[in-house]
Design a protein around this ligand. Sequence first.
Ligand code: AMP
Length: 147
Amino acid sequence: MFTEYDNNNIFAKILRAELPCIKVYEDEYTLAFMDIMPQMAGHTLVIPKESAVTIYDLSDEAAMACMRTVKLIGSAVEKAVGFGGSTVFQHNGVKAGQTVPHFHFHVLPGSILDASSIKGHALELANPEELKMMAAKIISCIEDRQP
Ligand code: AMP
């Protein structure tokens, strides 16, 4: 399956540094940054640098690189928030609720099944200073990737 890629989507602009993001991690293949409308404190996004809309458009190499970064960032997000659990999810296509047409994983330090702790999807802009403080905490919890 192949979905036509829109080069002007928000995440493509972030990757080209045409728009800012609150970055927590970057390597050759992936970028992780704070969601500006978090569903809970610590909500982080992991995106490939490859241009792909859905998981079905993603190369195996980019999928693998994303999973590696999700593992790294997910455990850092868990530690930063101190919840002791996390949820990783992603949407494929508008019909499934995808609002930004560049593949991404959502990493949330909590349960999306707990209505009392989760906010609506892409609903409310967070305070940028609070996001920056959370990003610094997450960065400090990223483990050294060297074997
Ligand atoms: P989805 O609906 O699965 O495509 O998720 C897109 C996510 O991107 C939502 O959680 C939004 O809050 C988030 N988002 C939208 N614009 C930005 C942005 N400029 N920087 C960071 N996150 C964003």
